[in-house]
Design a protein around this ligand. Structure first.
Ligand SMILES: [Fe+2]
Ligand SMILES: [Fe+2]
Length: 142
């Protein structure tokens, strides 16, 4: 692959990584904040999501290094606290944004001919859709 397209891909992966780092911190926060307010299943869902996002941040970081870039260490904005419903709504919002962003980045990887990165992003996207689905399900029951 040409160097120029590597740079473009490193840049988009670093944007994704910054959002993943924020998602990790937001979910970990919600995991601790919801304790005592709600039944253990919601706290467990927050914890599981934090760990999924950690895996995404790591996969992105490894791919960035492979492509000759430096992985982003700085998260984007993080929301915290409030009622458990607010937490779930805030989390659903970041998942919707992630889904939109990954879909765009998958198209870009396709255009630039980077099949490996595209496939990695497709796997991450499937998990973000799964997260969104979990929060949608919880909100429907409220
Ligand atoms: Fe993620
Ligand atoms: Fe997610």
């Amino acid at each position: 692959m040409a160097k120029k397209s590597n740079k473009k891909i490193v840049d988009i992966l670093n944007i994704d990584r910054a959002y993943e780092l924020a998602a990790i911190i937001q979910y970990m926060g919600h995991h601790y904040e919801v304790e005592g307010m709600e039944s253990p299943p919601l706290a467990d869902e927050f914890k599981k999501s934090a760990m999924d996002e950690m895996k995404h941040a790591e996969d992105l970081g490894e791919r960035i290094v492979y492509l000759g870039g430096v992985p982003m260490q700085k998260p984007t904005a993080i929301k915290r606290g409030g009622s458990s419903v607010k937490m779930v709504k805030d989390d659903l919002e970041i998942e919707y944004k992630a889904i939109k962003r990954y879909k765009e980045h998958i198209k870009l990887c396709d255009k630039l001919g980077d099949t490996t990165t595209r496939r990695m992003l497709e796997e991450i996207l499937a998990e973000e859709e799964d997260h969104a689905n979990t929060w949608e399900g919880i909100l429907k029951k409220r």
